[in-house]
Design a protein. Structure first.
Length: 363
């Protein structure tokens, strides 16, 4: 199963804490050591709740002329132009407790921000290549004080946005030294202007749920301004429908940028009822077991179905580019979703959007 399929299933299913841990173990055990690993989490508007999920991605491309080729796996001239026109001022390096984080590149648009960092651990600390049973993390989720987060310019945690912070480690040319290069991707359901990314350190996160600190400190980077806010398109999609296995769902809003999309949709009563009936049927069957602990106790999977459909952009040459890394939640009776494209897109090359099986033209 590929990364998009994992994400689609995680978007539809909610797990108990034990179930999430066990599923993570299973996902990581089935992957054979890719060169780049990604750790992501999201924070929900107005809460301190954090969902940790592990996403595994493929091998990074070799270093080329563009720094962002290492992250996206190669950019053509039109894609590179999207990055160039949405690159803002680069924050300065930050030192704390003997460690240094140095911004290498940054770009974004409304609700999306990418920050590439060279991370240098204190002298004598080796930063090896990630293993099959552990990943780097910018947070330690066993202590809220050690969560990476968005903050205001005054240093207060942001609580009026739903957002995700995603960490990707790029291929390391020297796994015996104290340096790695990472990309922090910020995805939010609102404006990021004036906010900062706060990073409390670097940890090794193991599949048994333990966190080993490599270093801690205070690393804060302002989100660059002037990154092409005018490039966001608002499409007239109210009433557009698509089919799901439980019935139709109805679009309400859709905003599109070269980097991703935000959309909201309504689940009609008949569709919601069909999903509830399938949930009930699942509970009446023997529960699926997703983990067994050292004492032999099993962990059952807890299932909640939210009908929805994937979103992608179809280019004029027929290439389909999916929205990745999406998160969703409910607001005012609507399902609200956000996500990024796997590569920056020149919207002039987009023929139409595909929501499930429904085509949405760009006019």
């Amino acid at each position: 199963m590929d990364r998009n399929a994992y994400q689609s299933e995680l978007d539809r299913v909610q797990f108990t804490e034990a179930g999430k841990s066990a599923l993570t173990d299973a996902l990581m055990a089935e992957q054979a050591g890719p060169a780049v690993r990604r750790r992501s989490f999201w924070m929900k508007r107005g809460t301190a709740a954090v969902l940790a999920a592990v996403l595994l991605v493929g091998t990074a491309a070799a270093v080329t002329a563009s720094l962002w080729d290492r992250y996206f796996g190669g950019l053509d001239p039109a894609e590179q132009a999207v990055v160039d026109t949405r690159s803002g001022d680069l924050p300065g390096a930050v030192s704390s407790n003997g460690a240094v984080m140095t911004p290498q590149a940054a770009f974004g648009t409304d609700g999306v921000f990418y920050l590439m960092l060279e991370v240098e651990a204190p002298e004598g600390t080796v930063l090896p290549t990630q293993g099959e049973d552990w990943l780097y993390s910018l947070s330690s989720f066993d202590d809220p004080k050690n969560w990476a987060c968005l903050e205001t310019a005054e240093g207060r945690r942001v609580e009026n946005l739903t957002y995700s912070l995603d960490l990707t480690c790029l291929e390391d040319s020297d796994p015996t030294d104290n340096k790695i290069t990472v990309v922090v991707e910020v995805l939010a359901d609102g404006d990021l202007t004036g906010l900062t990314v706060h990073i409390p350190g670097l940890w090794m996160w193991a599949t048994d749920g333990t966190y080993t600190p490599l270093f801690t400190g205070e690393f804060t980077f302002p989100i660059s301004e002037g990154m092409g806010e005018e490039s966001v398109m608002t499409l007239d999609v109210a009433g557009v429908t698509t089919e799901t296995p439980w019935g139709s769902v109805v679009l309400e809003t859709l905003e599109l940028s070269p980097l991703g999309a935000r959309w909201s949709y309504r689940i009609p009563p008949d569709t919601a009822q069909a999903a509830r009936e399938e949930e009930q049927a699942a509970w009446e069957e023997p529960p699926a077991v997703v983990g067994v602990d050292e004492d032999g106790d099993t962990t059952a999977m807890e299932v909640t179905i939210t009908p929805g459909a994937p979103l992608s952009a179809v280019l004029r040459d027929g290439t389909e580019v999916s929205v990745n890394d999406s998160f969703s939640g409910e607001e005012d009776g609507l399902q609200v979703c956000s996500g990024t494209f796997g590569i920056p897109l020149d919207l002039a090359q987009v023929s139409y959007l595909l929501w499930g099986g429904t085509e949405i033209p760009l006019l």
